[in-house]
Design a protein. Sequence first.
Length: 256
Amino acid sequence: MTKGVFTTIAITGFTVAFFHAALPTHWLPFVLAGRAQRWKRPKTLAIAAFAGSGHVLFTTLLGVLVVWFGIALNKKIGDWFPRIAAAVLILFGLSYIWRQLAGKGHGHAFDGHSHRTHEEHEHNCPEADNYHGQRHHHEHHDKSLIAAEKRRLAHLQQPPATSDRVAILSLLALLTFSPCEAFLPVYLTGVKYGWLGFVLLSMILASATVAGMIVFTWLTLMGIEKLNLKRLEKIEAGVMGMLLCALGVLIIIFER
């Protein structure tokens, strides 16, 4: 393999890891736990980074097995190994695309509700109708604000339901034992570079995953829910599949 091929592998690996970190399971639990435990923003981000490191570590341990097996296989089949690795990559990609087409990425649609006013009232007395409507709206808005403030004060007076230690361990376990399986085929394509390639890919995995988790957790904590990051979960399988298939095809082309 050339340096250009490894650069392509590295870029694809970074994209896969970063996009995987954008899934709600990688940032939403930290936002919810931070609010429930009343953590400050830096503490929530630090815990997200810590849990992300466990996520990377477990994936890397699985990567050791993949690379060890790949190196042993490479010694036996030689020039055929890159083609086999590319075929495995394409098969993984096709499986992700099939999951997307099978409806794994579809979510619930939200039904809109429209409210119609009475035409005869608008026709007979629009000014009075408008006045009463605005008055009712303001009264309802004021009552909602008062109720929300009471709930906030009651919440502040209550201690967290669980200790910080239990909450942190739960978050750590949540991610540590759910590795980034989409990155394992990327490890396989870098076998020709030996353990040095494995170390470089592991660094890429760590930086992309932790950075992605911190970025998306921070965005949500800042209140930028308008980005609607949860939509990424609906198309994750399709995007992952296309990336892996594209990388497999490129390896086949350059290894002719």
